[in-house]
Write a new protein. Sequence first.
Length: 242
Amino acid sequence: MLMIADLVKTFPQPGGGELTVLDIPRFEMAAGEQVALIGQSGGGKTTLLHLIAGMLSATSGSIRIDNMELTRLSEQGRDRFRASKIGYVFQTFNLLPAFSALENVKLGMSFGAGKVDVQRAMRLLDKVGLADRASYRPKQLSVGQQQRVAIARALAGRPTLLLADEPTANVDPASSDSVLNLIIQSCRAENIGLLMVTHSMDVASRFKRVERLEEINRAIGPSLISQDATEVSQDTAEPNAS
Ligand SMILES: Nc1ncnc2c1ncn2[C@@H]1O[C@H](COP(=O)(O)OP(=O)(O)OP(=O)(O)O)[C@@H](O)[C@H]1O
């Protein structure tokens, strides 16, 4: 389902030069597989998730998801691809504040090819225990509830792959377990692949497969590879949520 080969990502540095953050010869995930990704701070875990989601463009190499080569798509093509194939759960939820819980979940569908299925959106809210909060805005919800809405939104478009970047980092320990169970069980039930970044060994221990980024990434302790690059790419912009 996911095949990465010879993937390199460099970033222009403020003082000139390029920083190679990722250099991954090979990384694969089977359909429906669940993987925890751990590694040192600044090692490139979020960058890898952003590349797989098509929020960033690769410097070189290949990322294939369901046999679609992501690196050959335009930025718009990657946006469309993400909308139909990828769910993303952020550490900070990224819900739209002016919209209700239900509207936020529906947004997870309207970006994709499928039409908005209000019943599925309500079923998802029910599944995350928030059917009675459908009309609440994010600020009227607790932090754990907001993350559960974000999970419902990420699942709404029936993605092939769910990317989760430390989804329990900002929720209290009691909600953290329920958020984690919700993600793991929902992905299993719908055969959605799951790649979850975590710093917590407790969280990682819930996964059969745990990958340490340092072991798949040759750019360990990112190194400066050239001093003459002056071009500032669009990648320095904050990626959009979807
Ligand atoms: N847009 C950017 N421009 C320049 N450098 C960047 C950019 N985004 C990330 N980096 C650099 O890439 C490296 C990896 O960052 P990334 O956020 O992927 O790490 P991480 O493993 O997710 O870290 P953490 O566990 O602390 O969240 C860092 O050194 C960071 O400074």
